[in-house]
Design a binder for this molecule. Structure first.
Ligand code: ZN
Ligand code: ZN
Length: 387
């Protein structure tokens, strides 16, 4: 019975590994120690190991007879933030670097799955591609691996990943067909006047006033240009300009982010943002330059694989349900799902009475979720690669 699949004997070593990774977090594309630990663990299992894919990415291959192939992905990077208030013996030893998103747990779970699959090889037939990617946090490590030929070198009929999810109680899991995580765009706007004396406003376009008008207009885009039943968000997160009470600055900078699920809405928001900037520039006499970068696409599950992911969760003993709506955070597994069918699962890891979210300075991965994630990966493989 998979629901009671025994992985207990794997846990002490995996918990120790997970905490060691937590104590030694590494930033995007600098996961050298982590990648070396992963590669050594895969070699110890006698898997074929490929290192340095897309920077610090590692791929392990488990060939088990002829059959389809499935990719399982874990991310390895930590966040550029200080761990605070966790009070843990395995707290980060690297100042300003923190495993605040639980990728230490994802890495440990995927290594555990490799071990478990190997000792029950008779229960699946085909090839498992273990994908350990760098730089999930805003730097596009998944894209780097795809661009480096991940799926050409290691063909995958489908790819799967999970993320620990503090909003769901431990023991639950959710996903859905279609969008599960948002596309993430970034805009950087520079408003230029000439600058001048605060008491002689007639001599320069007022960059501060123009920027203020623009911020107000940007906040109308989602409300007025996007259909009410469609989801998107635009947030202005930084505005900077001026140094003194009696000088009109020459320049003001505005930065923010846009999250959406549908490329048509995404196009419309970008176009509206550019229109607003052009309109304010014309009305105010300023020059406004817009840089708009789409850094992560929406994470979109294919229907059959989302269904398989939920069935695997149920088989792994999880309380599996359809996610009622996608999340507005983003995920670079999106790049793998653009290249291959697949699905992304939210694995509950909430502690009762502890609401520390992902990216919180005191966040720590819940080790009680380790066996659940291992069982899910294993169940996915057995469903995708039936014996
Ligand atoms: Zn994160
Ligand atoms: Zn994450």
């Amino acid at each position: 019975m998979s629901a009671h699949e025994d992985v207990a004997d794997l846990l002490p070593a995996l918990i120790a590994l997970r905490r060691d990774l937590h104590a030694h977090p590494e930033l995007a594309f600098a996961e050298h120690r982590t990648a070396a630990i992963v590669a050594a663990a895969l070699r110890e299992l006698k898997l074929e190991v490929h290192e340095g894919l897309g920077g610090t990415g590692v791929v392990g291959l488990l060939r088990n007879g002829s059959g389809p192939s499935v990719g399982l992905r874990a991310d390895m990077d930590a966040l550029p933030m200080q761990e605070e208030g966790s009070g843990l013996p395995h707290a980060s030893r690297h100042s300003g670097v923190h495993h605040g998103c639980g990728h230490d747990g994802h890495t440990a779970m995927l290594l555990g799955a490799a071990r478990q699959l190997l000792r029950h090889r008779e229960r699946f037939k085909g090839t498992v591609v273990f994908i350990f990617q760098p730089a999930e946090e805003g730097r596009g490590g998944a894209k780097a691996m795809v661009d480096a030929g991940l799926f050409e070198r290691f063909p995958c009929d489908a790819v799967y990943a999970l993320h620990n999810w503090p909003d769901l109680p431990l023991g639950q899991a959710q996903t859905r067909p279609g969008p599960i995580m948002a596309a993430a765009d970034r805009f950087d706007i520079t408003v230029r006047g000439r600058g001048g004396h605060a008491a002689q406003p007639q001599q320069t376009p007022d960059a501060i006033l123009a920027a203020s008008q623009l911020v107000t207009q940007l906040n109308t885009i989602v409300a007025r240009r996007i259909a009410p039943d469609e989801s998107a968000v635009l947030s202005v997160t930084r505005i900077e300009g001026g140094h003194s009470h009696n000088v009109l600055p020459a320049e003001v900078q505005i930065t923010g982010t846009v999250r959406s699920f549908d490329p048509v809405a995404q196009d419309r928001i970008e176009a509206a943002l550019r229109d607003c900037a052009a309109g304010v520039a014309l009305g105010s006499g300023t020059e406004i330059a817009v840089s708009y970068t789409r850094y992560y696409p929406a994470t979109i599950n294919s229907a059959a694989e989302a269904e398989l992911a939920l069935a695997a969760a149920a088989e792994a003993g999880l309380q599996a349900s359809l996610a009622p709506r996608p999340a507005f955070t983003s995920e670079d597994f999106a790049f793998m799902l653009r290249a291959r069918p697949g699905a992304y699962l939210w694995l509950g890891q909430g502690h009762a009475g502890d609401s520390r979210p992902l990216h919180h300075p005191g966040y720590d991965f819940n080790d009680a979720a380790l066996p659940l994630g291992i069982r899910w990966f294993v169940a996915v493989v057995r469903k995708a690669l039936p014996a």
